[in-house]
Design a protein around this ligand. Structure first.
Ligand code: FCB
Length: 491
């Protein structure tokens, strides 16, 4: 087992930018996956069901009845996958740990066989010169903890603290970058609000309780990681900050945008980065939850422990207005259909699809300016905060040609546009340290099952053959140049 630390993780603010097409020195080029979406081996080596195993087995919850039982079989094929990453020249790989693989009941001692998988994966990455970026939680709560109340129960944050300590002990000598949670908004608001994600509950009060306990779990994990990891380790959280835009300049639309920004973004950035829940959010939601009972003394100090980097995931902007009869649809917000709104406390808002924009297979508008604005907004609100784009990418209806190739010019265009937006934000003062393409390879896209392909690498699920798409070759070229190729090469 090699206990070497890769030195590809950035420790310092990048200093130079080479206009017009270069990226800062030390800018990290990566790709991301998540445990339940790629690993498979759902019942091997002691792993027990997570809420996603249960949810995907519940009829009608996931398209085609797909499950993550086998997924991309990354658990068995990680060596080949790391070799592929190396071929593509990736400098970092963002993966997540399956909690119920390492702590099957969500409490108590760890299962060494489960930990060994991550030790082997990390060693393989380090040997290939690829920096491992470990996310502790990408939505797969051990089912036993959901049965005990799930994220709406404060005790789940205690369990997460123990789990974080186990992981720091197992991988702390060789993983230099850690992320506590991936997109806690989805865990809370899609999991307990609209119910389109596991565990599929639709309880407004529980949604807000879940959000607070996720924040608390994050803060506690930061404390644990800082206590156990070497000083140079970077600790972060990844948020899917919604780039909320009002449809018109009207006051009513501005208020709709404020409310969605509240339950979509500031419910996390407020306590994590500013040490307080925003007053307007509390006012908007206090009929659903008693915040003074929910937030204990000391919670906000814990939650606001400084992070080294903020991870941001971006796919498409969120266009909102006050409800308008005949226009907009309160449910068509890009997060799946449900009779229950995920926007707990801000239900009376209409969501719109931007006109005149190309769309991905998710029907999400393609809008690189949204990424630029997002990076600039965070920089304006939190000057000097280092940022990392931890997910960005697109699903398209990819297929293998008779010659065995996958041409995906739309994805190349998408990536080119968004990387150019990152570059523009860097030139305008945002401290963006890296970019992780979602996803390394096709995988289980939650409620959409295997019907949506986000990978730079095509996965033929029947044979588990990997075929790098044209976009993977394009991305490899970007990494080699440390710059975007001329736009004419893009498509
Ligand atoms: C993000 C998730 C990721 C993937 C992409 C498309 O919200 O973090 O797992 O599903 O969307």
């Amino acid at each position: 087992m090699t206990a070497v630390r890769s030195d590809t993780t950035p420790k310092q603010a990048p200093e130079t930018t080479d206009p017009p097409t270069g990226f800062p020195t030390g800018f990290v080029w990566g790709a991301a996956t998540a445990a339940y979406q790629v690993e498979g081996a759902a019942a091997e080596d002691g792993r027990t069901p997570s809420i996603w195993d249960t949810f995907s087995r519940t009829p009608g919850k996931v398209r085609n009845g797909d499950t993550g039982d086998i997924a991309a079989d990354h658990y068995h094929r990680y060596r080949g996958d790391v070799a592929l990453m190396k071929q593509l020249g990736l400098k970092a790989y963002r993966f997540s740990v399956s909690w119920s693989r390492v702590q099957p009941t969500g409490r108590g001692p760890a299962v060494e066989r489960g930990l060994d998988f991550y030790r082997r994966l990390v060693d393989e990455l380090l040997e290939a010169g690829i920096a491992p970026v470990a996310t502790l939680y990408h939505w797969d709560l051990p089912q036993e903890l959901e049965d005990a109340g799930g994220w709406p129960a404060r005790a789940t944050a205690d369990r997460f603290t123990d789990y974080a300590a186990i992981m720091a002990g197992a991988l702390g000598d060789r993983v230099g970058m850690w992320t506590t949670l991936n997109e806690p908004w989805c865990s809370a608001f899609l999991g307990y609000g609209s119910g389109v994600h596991a565990p599929g509950r639709t309880e407004p009060g529980a949604t807000l309780r879940a959000a607070h306990h996720l924040n608390l779990a994050h803060g506690r994990a930061v404390e644990v990681l800082r206590g156990q990891l070497p000083a140079a380790a970077q600790v972060s959280v990844t948020l899917n900050l919604h780039q909320v835009r009002p449809l018109t300049g009207s006051e009513a639309d501005a208020d709709a945008a404020r409310r969605i920004d509240g339950v979509g973004n500031r419910i996390f950035t407020g306590p994590i980065l500013n040490g307080a829940y925003p007053e307007d959010l509390i006012a908007d939601t206090s009929r659903l939850v008693d915040w003074s009972e929910l937030v204990h003394d000391g919670d906000l100090t814990t939650i606001s422990r400084p992070v080294d980097v903020l991870g941001v995931n971006y796919y498409t902007p969120t266009l909102v207005s006050a409800p308008v009869s005949g226009a907009g649809d309160t449910r068509d917000d890009g997060h799946g259909n449900s009779d229950h709104s995920p926007w707990t406390g801000s239900e009376h808002v209409a969501f719109h699809l931007a006109e005149g924009k190309k769309r991905t297979a998710m029907n999400w508008a393609i809008d690189p300016d949204g990424l630029y604005s997002l990076l600039m907004d965070v920089t304006r609100d939190h000057p000097g905060l280092p940022l990392m784009v931890t997910e960005n990418g697109a699903a398209f209806d990819d297929y293998v040609s008779p010659e065995g190739r996958v041409a995906d010019p739309e994805r190349i265009d998408y990536l080119h546009g968004h990387l150019a937006a990152v570059q523009r934000a860097v030139a305008d003062g945002a401290d963006v340290r890296g970019y992780f393409l979602w996803s390394l390879m096709d995988n289980f896209e939650w409620g959409y099952g295997y019907s949506k392909r986000f990978g730079a690498v095509y996965v033929d699920y029947a044979s588990q053959r990997r075929i790098p798409k044209a976009s993977a070759h394009w991305y490899a070229d970007v990494i080699r140049r440390h710059a975007l190729p001329p736009a004419t090469d893009a498509g």
